[in-house]
Structures are given as structure tokens and as C-alpha cells.
Design a protein around this ligand. Structure first.
Ligand SMILES: CCCCCCCCCCCCCCCC(=O)SCCNC(=O)CCNC(=O)[C@H](O)C(C)(C)COP(=O)(O)OP(=O)(O)OC[C@H]1O[C@@H](n2cnc3c(N)ncnc32)[C@H](O)[C@@H]1OP(=O)(O)O
Length: 250
């Protein structure tokens, strides 16, 4: 029978006696695994939110110098327990599902990444539609977004468009045209579609506007994506894919 949770608050602790629910394994076990996975993803997102808040405050604060030093020490202390159990870089996070498209720490879309705005993307009739708001931490020219950040957002958008068209690939070329500066702290809208598929080569175009004025293009981009040959995919990612077992998360 279930007596509680282990020290990490994750896996149920049992004394060997079966409850009626446990009689229905493996369906129940699968449910618990999913519960655990969803809970872990929520916690990763919560930590990501906290980190993004920290980054935003840390890059805009005018607190006294001594307060900065105290904050640095407290942050080092908070980070230490996380650093005690880090994954091998060739093993995917347990909360990820590579083939299902879940990348919790993607630096553009990952809700667990302190670096990600994050950009939210969905498919709408074959068009990739993205939304995000860039905080002050993404500042390039004063009060506007860094151009590399716009390119990063559009790269992800174009790659997503290639993916939903059934032709995922790796970026081999990205051309960006900066027409107007991108404002910070302003809801943005991004769109992308596939224009051409030629063998392994997919060309996609996209644009970035504010949400309020979707007719005024601030940045436009064209990207070329190459579908990997099976042998290339195996060489580059085979080992990583094989170690990804999202249902182990708990
Ligand atoms: C419900 C479903 C939801 C799905 C939802 C999916 C969501 C998913 C979102 C993911 C979105 C990620 C978006 C970020 C994606 C990255 O950030 S990828 C990271 C950055 N890119 C890289 O690191 C790639 C580095 N490049 C490489 O490793 C190699 O170039 C590659 C990709 C393995 C290809 O190598 P290769 O096979 O030796 O290439 P090669 O034979 O030289 O060229 C193949 C073809 O491409 C052409 N080509 C090569 N380079 C270029 C170029 N620069 N320009 C034009 N053509 C070129 C060649 O001319 C050739 O054409 P053909 O002669 O066949 O007609």
C-alpha cells in the first residue's frame, strides 16, 4: 500500500500490500508516470519563470552595489543543490520528448530556459504563428531588441514551419532583413510558411511584427533547411535519441 512519497517527493513509497488501484497496473503505473512527468514539467516551467524574472531584474536593477553582491551569494547558494545532480550532456532531460517535440530547455521556446522569452508557436492551417514579449534583457540598441534575438526567433519559426509541413531539417542558411527596430516589452507576433521543397532542401519565409500592428513588418527572414539523410541523423543524434525515455521522469 502506498505510504507516502520518497524524500524527493516523487516516487510513491510502498510496504508491499496492494491497493485495488495497484491491482490495475500497468494502466495505473502509466497514469502515475504521466502525472509525474507533467508535474516535473510544471516545476521546470516554474523554475524557468523564476529565472527569467531574475534575469530581467538583474539586467535592469539599480540596487546598491552591496545588494548586488548579496544577491550573487544567495543565487550561488540556491544553484548549488541543482548542480549536485546534473545530466550527462549526451543524455536528454528526462522531461523532454524529442520525437514528440517537447524540449523544455530550448533557448527560444523552452519554458524551462532562462534564455528563452519564451516564444510560443502553434500551427494554424499550415502557417506557424508565434507570440512572445521580449524583456529588457534582450536589449540591443537602447530600448529595442538585439538583432541576433530577432534572427533567433525567426530561425525557430521557419524551422517549425518546415516541421509542420512534414519536412523538418537543419538550418543551413538564414537571411534576415531588419526594416524597423523591434520594441521591447511589447507583445510580438511572428509567422512563417514553407515556400519551396526541392529534394532535401526546404525554403521557408517569415516575418516579425508587433501584435497590435501585424501589417507593419519589422523583420523578415528567409531560411533554407536541409533534411538529414538517415546516416547523418544517426551520426549526429543517434546516441542522444536512444537515451530519451520521457516516461522515466517522476
Ligand atoms: C505536429 C508536428 C510538429 C512539428 C514541429 C517541429 C518543431 C521543430 C522546430 C525545430 C526548429 C528548429 C529551428 C532551429 C534549427 C537549428 O538551429 S539547426 C542548427 C544550425 N544548423 C546546423 O548546425 C547545420 C550545420 N550544417 C550541417 O551539419 C550540414 O550542412 C548538413 C545539414 C548535415 C547537410 O550536410 P550535407 O548533407 O553534406 O549537405 P550538402 O550535401 O552539402 O547539401 C545538401 C543540399 O543542401 C544545399 N545546401 C547546403 N547548404 C546550403 C546553403 N547554405 N544554402 C542553400 N542550399 C544549401 C546543397 O546545395 C545541397 O543541395 P542539392 O545539391 O541536394 O540540391
Amino acid at each position: 500500500m502506498c505510504r507516502g512519497r520518497d524524500a524527493a517527493g516523487g516516487h510513491p513509497v510502498t510496504d508491499g500490500e496492494k491497493t485495488p488501484a495497484e491491482e490495475h497496473a500497468p494502466a495505473t503505473r502509466r497514469l502515475h508516470a504521466v502525472d509525474g512527468l507533467l508535474g516535473r514539467r510544471e516545476a521546470i516551467s516554474e523554475l524557468g519563470d523564476a529565472l527569467r524574472l531574475l534575469v530581467e531584474y538583474a539586467t535592469t536593477t539599480e540596487a546598491p552595489t552591496e545588494e548586488l553582491r548579496r544577491a550573487a551569494e544567495r543565487i550561488r547558494q540556491a544553484a548549488a543543490p541543482l548542480g549536485e545532480r546534473v545530466r550527462d550532456r549526451e543524455v536528454l532531460p528526462t522531461a523532454d520528448d524529442l520525437l514528440g517535440g517537447v524540449r523544455m530547455y530550448n533557448p527560444v521556446t523552452g519554458s524551462g530556459s532562462a534564455l528563452a522569452p519564451p516564444l510560443h508557436i502553434a500551427a494554424d492551417n499550415g502557417v506557424a504563428v508565434g507570440t512572445c514579449t521580449l524583456g529588457m534583457a534582450f536589449e540591443g540598441p537602447p530600448t529595442y531588441a538585439h538583432g541576433g534575438v530577432s534572427a533567433m526567433l525567426l530561425d525557430q519559426m521557419l524551422g517549425y514551419a518546415a516541421g509542420i509541413a512534414g519536412h523538418p531539417g537543419m538550418t543551413v542558411r538564414l537571411d534576415t532583413t531588419y526594416r524597423k527596430p523591434v520594441p521591447l516589452l511589447t507583445p510580438l507576433r511572428l509567422t512563417a510558411t514553407v515556400q519551396d521543397i526541392d529534394g532535401r532542401r526546404v525554403t521557408a519565409t517569415g516575418q516579425l511584427t508587433t501584435a497590435d500592428d501585424p501589417d507593419t513588418v519589422l523583420v523578415a527572414a528567409t531560411g533554407v533547411f536541409i533534411a538529414l539523410r538517415a546516416e547523418q541523423a544517426r551520426r549526429l543524434f543517434g546516441r542522444v535519441v536512444n537515451t530519451n525515455r520521457p516516461s522515466r521522469a517522476g
